[in-house]
Design a protein around this ligand. Structure first.
Ligand SMILES: [Zn+2]
Length: 218
């Protein structure tokens, strides 16, 4: 043992040995040689240290790259979230832009009284975008109707006439003394009916329509 050829063979095999690629028989022979050869032992020692070094360096780099990648992912994810939120809120803002239709853009017609005392009326509205909402509320003893429109951002501002489903207001059930159309706030109000106002009586055809309509609702 310890001759030069053996040492060269041993040292050739050492890298594989360190990586655990050599067979058990080879390992045994190598270890036998190493236990009695200081030179090869020293080479093994150096090689092991070198390989550890080499393994550690790329690991460090990989960790660093991983960190950068993670950071990039976080930034990318945040950007997506921000973009989606922004888009959604802009979309929401645009789609929810509804405006009360002023009384000047509204035509109230067919105000008449039914046999049972209910008041009928019909509203046609000049709408820029499209009709979005018909809103009824009780304001004390008044029934207030408001009509809203959506406005397109880039509309040519052409107005279309839209008919709102006709309405019969029962006066018996609730203590209603007036029916009001409200446009842009409380100053823009039109009285459709108020107590003491004499309305034309509905004709037979209108009564029949009322019957059909209330039949559908109940
Ligand atoms: Zn040796």
């Amino acid at each position: 043992m310890g001759n030069k050829l053996d040492c060269r063979i041993v040292q050739d095999l050492l890298p594989n040995y360190i990586e655990g690629l050599t067979s058990e028989v080879t390992n045994k022979t190598l270890e036998e040689h190493l236990s009695s050869c200081a030179e090869c032992k020293a080479v093994l020692h150096n090689m092991t240290n070198e390989m550890k070094e080499m393994n550690r360096a790329p690991q460090k780099q990989i960790n660093f790259l991983k960190k950068i990648k993670r950071r990039q992912w976080i930034i990318a994810a945040c950007s997506v979230v921000v973009a989606v939120t922004l888009f959604a809120s802009v979309f929401y803002f645009i789609s929810q832009r509804q405006f009360a239709i002023p009384s000047s853009e509204v035509k109230i017609s067919e105000v008449y009284q039914m046999k049972d005392g209910s008041v009928h009326y019909r509203i046609d509205a000049n709408v820029t975008g499209y009709l979005s909402n018909v809103f009824l509320r009780n304001d004390g003893d008044s029934e207030v109707i408001r009509v809203y429109e959506h406005r397109r951002l880039f509309s040519d501002q052409d107005r279309n006439k839209v008919s709102i489903p006709e309405r019969w207001v029962p006066l018996k059930d609730k203590e209603i003394t007036s029916i009001i159309y409200e446009g842009n706030g409380k100053k823009d109000r039109v009285i459709i009916w108020e107590k003491g106002m004499v309305l034309p009586k509905a004709d037979a055809e209108q009564e029949a329509e009322y019957e059909r309509s209330s039949g559908k609702q109940r």
